[in-house]
Design a protein around this ligand. Structure first.
Ligand code: NAP
Length: 289
């Protein structure tokens, strides 16, 4: 039986690992804040003492942590992922990071004879709980094949790209579009509200036209109800906007709209919204709560 590891049990990692454990897979979990392992252990997971121990004991280890600094620290620090990698071991980083970080981690794992796959996900807390994420993969194709049983339990579809780093690029492209959509949405609702229109009426009209989409439908209602409990924390959206701007900069592509949206997320992050859902950017745009 394949032994799976799962490192990082935040909003996404907890839901994803739960699906693996509930399906009866052999799963060992680890989280920096150890208490977060407890619910998974109750369900039947083993608890690892360090990332190195987990990668050392498991055939395929997934990691789902915050950002490039966290992914690098998880891999390269003492007792980190790399110390447990031996020939043939699989390491799959599903965090959203930049292509340079992915390439550094991929190179280091490969140098130890391990196999590396990047697999950032499209989809949020609910798709993670429902096992309907979309994986954007790049790297070792044998690992991509070997990991299918787990990928299919956690997601509804996987894309495989030829080069390591293309998964990260795809993820940043998707999120810069999503992030700018949200600030444009927030600005529209804010100006409509100030003009005396009812926000619920704006939402109603939107559903009848070409810009209707699941995100506006779901988040719009929550925004009216001032429910900003985090599915996708705002600090992570701001990180993705920053990484997308960096990608544009490297490629000589101006990203005016993304830059403007990023300023809203910075304002919201600094204003106390870091751990709220990213839709809370609306509060800082409307400045009315
Ligand atoms: P989260 O709830 O904030 O969880 C972050 C996880 O990273 C926690 O387990 C945290 O450990 C761990 N971590 C942070 N710094 C670390 C470090 N230096 N060393 C080891 N572990 C560290 O975030 P999330 O929403 O699950 O998102 C995780 C990743 O998925 C992010 O890259 C995010 O952009 C991406 N993503 C999120 C969503 C979403 O809707 N939430 C959707 C797609 C992609 P502690 O518990 O100890 O703090």
């Amino acid at each position: 039986m394949t032994k799976y590891g799962f490192l990082g049990l935040g909003i996404m990692g907890n839901a994803m690992a739960t699906n693996l454990v509930n399906a009866g897979l052999d799963v060992t979990v680890w989280n920096r804040t150890r208490e977060k392992c407890a619910p998974l252990v109750v369900l039947g997971a083993r608890q690892g003492n360090s990332p190195a121990e987990v990668t050392g004991q498991c055939d395929i280890t997934f990691a789902m942590v915050s950002d490039p600094a966290a992914a690098s620290s998880l891999c390269f620090d003492s007792e980190g992922v790399l110390e447990g990698i031996t020939p043939g071991k699989g390491y799959i980083d599903v965090s959203t990071v930049d292509p340079a970080t992915v390439l550094r981690i991929a190179g280091a794992v490969k140098n130890k004879g391990g196999r590396f796959l990047e697999a950032p996900v499209s989809g949020s807390k609910k798709p993670a709980e429902d096992g309907t994420l979309v994986f954007l993969c790049g790297g070792d194709e044998t690992l991509y094949q070997d990991a299918q049983p787990a990928l299919q339990l956690m997601g509804k579809k996987s894309f495989y790209f030829e080069n390591v780093g293309q998964g990260a690029q795809m993820k940043l492209v998707i999120n810069m579009i999503m992030g700018t959509m949200m600030t444009a949405f927030g600005e529209g609702l804010a100006v409509g509200d100030k003009a005396g229109l009812k926000i619920v009426d704006i939402l109603d009209v939107l559903t009848q036209g070409a810009v209707d989409n699941p995100m506006f439908r779901l988040k719009g209602l929550q925004m009216v109800q001032k429910n900003f409990s985090p599915a996708f924390p705002l600090k992570h959206m701001q990180k993705d906007m920053r990484l997308a701007l960096q990608l544009g900069d490297e490629l000589g592509q101006s990203l005016f709209t993304t830059g403007a949206a990023n300023n809203w997320y910075i304002k919201a992050r600094k204003g106390g919204g870091a751990n709220d859902d990213f839709s809370a950017v609306f509060k800082y745009i409307a400045d009315q709560f």
